[in-house]
Ligand binder design. Structure first.
Ligand code: SF4
Length: 569
């Protein structure tokens, strides 16, 4: 039986709670968002102890369904002031259901910095003074020494302890690399609760009970086969997410020089193709790394230097876009080093990358100055004024520096797709309750479809469809890349629904995915409305509407009326 594990940090107590009817059969983002909407006062300060921090395993987590171990982290966001869910790979979400836990709910705040250890015996509250102020990498190393190498570790770095708005939450992969639930400042919420780390140990735990193993096995096998046959998967496996650099640059939508241009003339030097050439020559580089057990794609990487020392894992497209082209940095090794520093300090590379570009635009450092950017990121650790500014993300940085070109929605930076050329993605940035996330509804054109991303028409419908789908996928714990083939092939969606039905021992409605997505989006929207958001918050910054994006000359011209149609259930 799956339960909520409620941890009262004020009293140092915990309770395994049977899932109540309103939460039963939910997981991941759906469960996190329903709990926040029902239990967190919407107008409370995000760092107030009445905010709750949720760690929810997806509905399929802990089973053999492929790529289904993403961990949803949710709370009211200090960055946006609205509801937030950010998810990460790693192995924490696969361990929780084996302990009979669908989600951990952190309530109140501890009176001293604490590590929580969760295992079959329950929860231990451990003094974290010895790891106070450490970066994520040393924190993980120390906790691994103490608790063994079979555990999963969720932690925050100095940025979370300092409660900075761009602080994220680190989750370890099976081989103890850092994966980040980076967006929305959820690391600051963990810091506000005085929790430095959570160690999850599933030794001697049970397998997840599957009500109809035969049907589950068959449906899962068919889904896996369909995913592996999808044309894009080969490219993802060979080049990882950096395969997108040349593709998005070719479309004229790669953020360059603080979203001034859509093409970077040195894109090749930061591309997936170039990285693959380097990795083939460098010892210990792994080009198709898997962030979790059960992944059948392997879109990540372990990126090393010429001597074979690890610089970072994994170096992903979004980081390359925001820290690289958007800051005019063309040195892939330096981007990897900045990525490592961000992971260690525990900040979102996207929000910090966007903040760095604003600092460059304001002449705090030169555009393209990679060493200066790395030094400025390290100032977050030191707590200098500029470091704290950058660590609070692009909106605070832009406001502090008087910029009129801050690429954000609801306080959160855009991802690495310029919305003037990808208007469906822009519509999702504008209208999502989460702020400008790409994962909520990224409308990248597919060669199989007739979809035109640069037309203002039809984007509300496209974004609505994608937002519903991805809200459901985030609730199941399935990674985005495994979910993409099912967008084109409805039979694969059928296999997902059948697998969940077999897991739960139920026959689910054909439109189960749609219902789950809509219910989740409704809860999120309701929370934000109660927190004071209006339709004026569902807009992109003016400069995307006024400044033509070169070389295409596109502006973002999806009408406000169309934006208001999205998610109007
Ligand atoms: S495809 Fe990539 S993100 Fe998805 S589970 Fe595998 S490594 Fe992780």
């Amino acid at each position: 039986m799956q339960r909520l594990l409620r941890i009262d940090l004020n009293k140092k107590s915990f309770l395994f709670e049977e899932l109540s009817p309103k939460y039963v059969k939910l997981g991941g983002r759906a469960l996190s968002s329903q709990i926040i909407n029902r239990e967190v006062p919407p107008t409370v300060d995000a760092l107030d102890s009445r905010n709750k921090l949720i760690f929810a395993a997806g509905i399929l987590a802990g089973t053999s369904f492929p790529n289904s171990g993403r961990l949803s982290v949710g709370a009211k966001s200090p960055l946006t002031g609205g509801i937030k869910e950010a998810n990460a790979g790693g192995n924490a979400a696969q361990k929780l259901p084996k302990l009979g836990v669908q989600a951990i709910v952190l309530e109140g705040h501890a009176d001293q910095l604490t590590t929580l250890k969760i295992d079959n015996a329950g929860v231990s509250f451990i003094d974290a003074a010895a790891i106070k102020g450490l970066g994520n990498y040393q924190t993980i190393e120390d906790l691994k020494q103490e608790h063994g190498d079979k555990v999963s570790i969720i932690s925050i770095g100095p940025a979370g302890e300092k409660k900075l708005k761009a602080a994220g939450v680190s989750v370890t992969s099976p081989d103890f690399h850092v994966r980040m639930a980076a967006r929305g400042g959820l690391g600051a919420v963990m810091g506000s609760k005085n929790v430095k780390a959570i160690v999850i140990d599933d030794t001697d735990s049970q397998k997840v009970e599957i009500m109809d193993r035969e049907i589950f096995k068959k449906a899962t096998a068919k889904f896996t086969k369909g995913v592996l046959a999808y044309p894009m998967i080969e490219g993802l496996n060979a080049l990882g997410t950096p395969v997108l650099v040349n593709m998005i640059n070719g479309m004229g939508c790669l953020p360059t020089r603080n979203y001034s241009v859509g093409q970077f003339d040195r894109a090749h030097q930061i591309s997936g193709e170039y990285m693959a050439e380097l990795m083939a020559k460098r010892p210990n580089s792994v080009p198709a790394h898997k962030c979790m057990a059960g992944c059948v794609i392997g879109c990540s990487n372990i990126f090393t230097n010429e001597k074979g020392d690890v610089i970072v894992s994994g170096l992903e497209y979004e980081t390359i876009g925001l820290v690289g082209s958007n800051c005019m940095i063309d040195d892939i090794d330096m981007i990897a080093k900045i990525n490592w520093a961000c992971n260690d300090i525990g900040v979102d590379t996207m929000d910090v990358g966007a903040a760095l570009a604003l600092a460059m635009e304001a002449d705090i450092l030169k555009m393209g100055d990679a060493n200066g950017a790395l030094a400025l990121v390290n100032e977050i650790r030191q707590g200098t004024d500029n470091g704290l500014m950058i660590g609070n993300g692009c909106k605070v940085t832009g406001d502090t520096l008087g910029s009129k070109r801050i690429p954000h929605v609801k306080g959160q930076s855009l991802a690495a797709y310029d919305p003037r050329g990808l208007k469906g993605t822009g519509t999702s940035y504008a209208t999502s309750s989460m702020g400008a996330d790409h994962t909520v509804g990224n409308a990248i054109p597919n060669p199989l479809s007739q979809y035109d991303p640069s037309s203002p028409d039809g984007q509300a419908e496209m974004s609505s469809f994608l937002q519903i789908y991805h809200a459901a996928i985030d609730s199941m714990g399935i990674c985005l890349f495994a979910s993409l083939p099912a967008l084109d092939f409805a039979d694969l969606q059928g296999h997902i629904v059948q697998s969940i039905g077999a897991l739960l021992g139920e026959t689910l409605d054909e439109d189960y995915i749609k219902q789950l997505g809509i219910a989740t989006l409704k809860a999120e929207r309701e929370f934000n409305i109660n927190a004071g958001f209006t339709k004026e918050d569902d807009r992109l910054p003016q400069f995307f509407k006024k400044e033509p994006l070169l070389p295409s000359g596109n502006v973002f011209d999806v009408s406000d009326d169309d934006l208001d149609k999205v998610n109007a259930f």
